[in-house]
Design a protein around this ligand. Structure first.
Ligand SMILES: Nc1ncnc2c1ncn2[C@@H]1O[C@H](COP(=O)(O)OP(=O)(O)OP(=O)(O)O)[C@@H](O)[C@H]1O
Length: 339
């Protein structure tokens, strides 16, 4: 099991990762997400042994690295998958995958499993982005690493391909039984394919948890906003119940026991109805999403909440509507910020 404790990384006098603690279970996929420049790639490079660490320890179970104990990259049994594929252009698919393998049978296994048989004699330049990334993954897994690091493996691919390939990568990692840390910009990708999600801001972990908990019970407002559409409505919290101007709901205090709070609302927590009487809000914008529409509604108090409705419900900016809380799961509530 890979474990990282109190890890800090500096570029010169600039600390870009501080006090990072995480452990990676056998066979677990941990997604690392965060805004650009928050230190995601730096963490991967440090785990791979490509840059030195300033404080803390990385322990793989087989080796231990600290600022004073350097373990070279080639001794770490780590596989890396990059967004630009990093294939040898002059070698065929098979030659790329078999590169430096003493026993080529694991390479053969991954050629078959990742559907690369028909491309084995082709050069990378003749392959699509998705096929190139399969080759990169096959090459990585054929070396039977102890853990795999993926740095935005899907960011150079178009949306339709991304969706399919993310599941192929997850399935291949699970079939290989190898733990992985997967860096992504894409919140949806992190929530759907990860066993756990780590959210970073400014080189510090804000939360490492299951996707469900990161999404529905974020540790703070940054995590709440980073992982998807989030609005906050003021209310009172007492005995596991939140009371707001658009209804009551079960609630859980993230940083408080009771009192005046802000309640985190996801679009699916808010029910929007078109009615001729009793309206309490006005649509201010609508985004068509295909099967649904995301609507922003301004309440009389000035708070803006969002609601997702079926594409069959046609609403437009300026329409008067009725919104209410519609949830049976506890909503996350936070102590109200001082004005
Ligand atoms: N070689 C380097 N020398 C100095 N500073 C660096 C170097 N590489 C990265 N940085 C800085 O370290 C910080 C973290 O960079 P890093 O690439 O790890 O972020 P990231 O979260 O992976 O960003 P992105 O999502 O844009 O890829 C940034 O402020 C970046 O400018």
């Amino acid at each position: 099991m890979l474990s990282v404790s109190q890890l800090s990384i500096d570029y010169g006098s600039n600390r870009v990762v501080s006090d990072l603690n995480l452990s990676l279970g056998n066979n677990e996929i941990l997604m690392l997400v965060g805004p650009t420049g928050c230190g995601k790639s730096t963490i991967l490079q440090a785990l791979a042994g490509l840059i030195p660490i300033s404080e803390g320890e990385i322990n793989s179970g087989k080796w231990r690295a600290t600022p004073k104990i350097t373990v070279p990259a080639e001794k770490r049994s780590v596989g890396m998958v990059f967004q630009d594929f990093a294939l040898f252009p002059h070698l065929t698919v098979q030659q790329n995958i078999f590169f430096r393998l003493k026993d080529t049978s694991p390479g053969e296994h991954w050629i078959k499993l990742l559907g690369l048989d028909e491309f084995r004699n082709k050069k990378p330049a003749t392959l699509s982005g998705g096929q190139k990334q399969r080759v990169a993954l096959a090459r990585t897994l054929a070396h039977q690493p102890d853990f795999v690091l993926l740095d935005e493996p899907l960011s150079n691919l178009d949306a339709a391909l991304k969706d399919m390939l993310r599941w192929d990568i997850r399935n291949a990692l699970k079939a290989a039984g190898v733990p992985a840390i997967w860096v992504t910009h894409d919140q949806e990708e992190a929530l759907s394919v990860g066993d756990r999600v780590g959210v970073l801001q400014g080189g510090k972990i804000q939360q490492i948890d299951t996707p469900e908990r990161c999404f529905s019970m974020p540790n703070n407002r940054f995590v709440a906003r980073f992982l998807g559409e989030a609005s906050f409505i003021s209310g009172q919290f007492s005995q596991g119940q939140a009371t707001t101007s658009i209804g009551n709901a079960p609630a859980h205090g993230v940083d408080c026991e009771s009192g005046d709070v802000d309640v985190l609302l996801r679009p699916d927590d808010v029910l929007l109805v078109q009615s001729s009487v009793g309206n309490n809000g006005e649509i201010i914008w609508v985004r068509f999403e295909g099967g649904s529409r995301l609507c922003a509604i301004k309440l009389a108090c000035g708070t803006v909440v969002t609601s997702r409705v079926s594409h069959e419900i046609v609403v437009n900016p300026g329409d008067a509507v009725h919104v209410s809380l519609s949830t049976s799961h506890p909503l996350a509530v936070y102590k109200q910020l001082a004005q």
